[in-house]
Design a protein around this ligand. Structure first.
Ligand code: HEC
Length: 291
């Protein structure tokens, strides 16, 4: 059994962000605009991080202040959360939901990275990002393209987290407690360390559908394709073989040492609550509507 608090839905104030846009988000967090009218963000040391072709600088200057106003939480468009906790693992090596044949970020190839197509306004589906707002300056898009050309490396904060916490789950999408209006095209579990891609199989991770409630609850394993994107070995991508029907689901990591995903032999993920078998439920989420 898991503690009752584990099932408590998260509360998110998405509507606030939609109402006031990124200007409001900036003033709310105490940052302003630079001489070019571009948002400034704060680093952990308190100073602004100048925009550069690095993940941390792009997160601080673009994804957090401008994009995560909409791209956050259970209602994030196309399941793409762009807050600092989720963005890297949901971008690098992950297929676009709108055009699944194109990766959101294809390291080394900005032209064929869906995010660049969305920012430049010539993607095959949907509008230019940020949606309904002034497009990003060409110079800003050029920094993002350069980061992709350079191989889209992770930021220093990811490395620092691995050093501080050991082998852990760093992020899950959908998050525990999320209620999704639309079935997710994929689920992504981010870890603090690189995974052994050869162990990303049905024995190591499974998606279960929960039927019934309380004593009557039973679970059925749902067919998924687990994979580790070559470009981002810290992420475990779970692609359903068929669209998920409405219902309740949980993502479970096997507690059996032989199924350990860690590249360091036998190392088990720590942190998430375990059940009697040592299995770890790392997210419990609901799909509200059948596609
Ligand atoms: C005002 C809300 C809003 C803002 C701000 C916004 N987006 Fe979006 N985004 C959407 C919506 C809605 C969609 C889906 C419809 C569409 O594509 O037009 C979307 C879709 C996307 C997609 C396609 C995802 C996929 O998997 O197919 C990408 C990539 C994207 N946005 C990136 C960004 C980036 C980067 C920023 C910041 C520069 C941003 N968005 C800012 C609302 C927003």
């Amino acid at each position: 059994m898991l503690p009752a608090s584990f099932y408590r839905p998260h509360c998110r104030i998405v509507a606030l962000g939609l109402l006031c846009g990124w200007l409001c988000a900036c003033s709310g967090s105490g940052v302003g605009l630079d001489g070019n009218g571009q948002p400034l963000s704060s680093s952990s040391s308190g100073g602004p991080v100048p925009l550069a072709a690095t993940f941390d600088a792009i997160q601080a200057n673009v994804f957090t202040p401008i994009c995560s106003v909409c791209h956050i939480g259970a209602t994030a468009p196309e399941g793409l959360m762009l807050d600092a906790a989720h963005s890297y693992n949901l971008l690098v090596g992950v297929p676009s939901t709108e055009v699944p044949t194109i990766l959101r970020v294809a390291p080394g190839d900005p032209t064929n990275s869906y995010i660049i197509q969305k920012l430049e306004g010539h993607a095959a589906v949907g509008g230019q990002m940020p949606l309904g707002e002034t497009p990003l300056p060409a110079t800003t898009i050029a920094f993002i393209a350069q980061w992709i050309t350079d191989g889209a490396p992770a930021g220093g904060s990811a490395t620092a987290m691995a050093m501080a916490t050991g082998f852990r789950v760093a992020s899950v999408a959908p998050e525990n407690g999320d209620v999704l209006a639309v079935a997710p095209a994929q689920m992504v579990v981010g870890f603090t360390r690189e995974l052994d891609a050869t162990r990303a199989d049905a024995a190591a991770v499974r998606l279960e559908r929960i039927d019934g409630a309380g004593e009557q609850a039973s679970s059925t394993t749902v067919a998924i394709e687990p994979s580790v994107p070559a470009a981002n070995p810290r992420a475990l991508l779970l692609t359903p073989r068929a669209p998920l029907a409405a219902g309740q689901y949980r993502i479970v990591l096997s507690g059996q040492p032989g199924n350990a995903l860690g590249a360091i032999d036998g190392e088990l993920v720590t942190g998430a609550p375990t059940d009697a078998n040592g299995d770890r439920v790392i997210s419990y989420f609901t799909v509200a509507a059948t596609p």
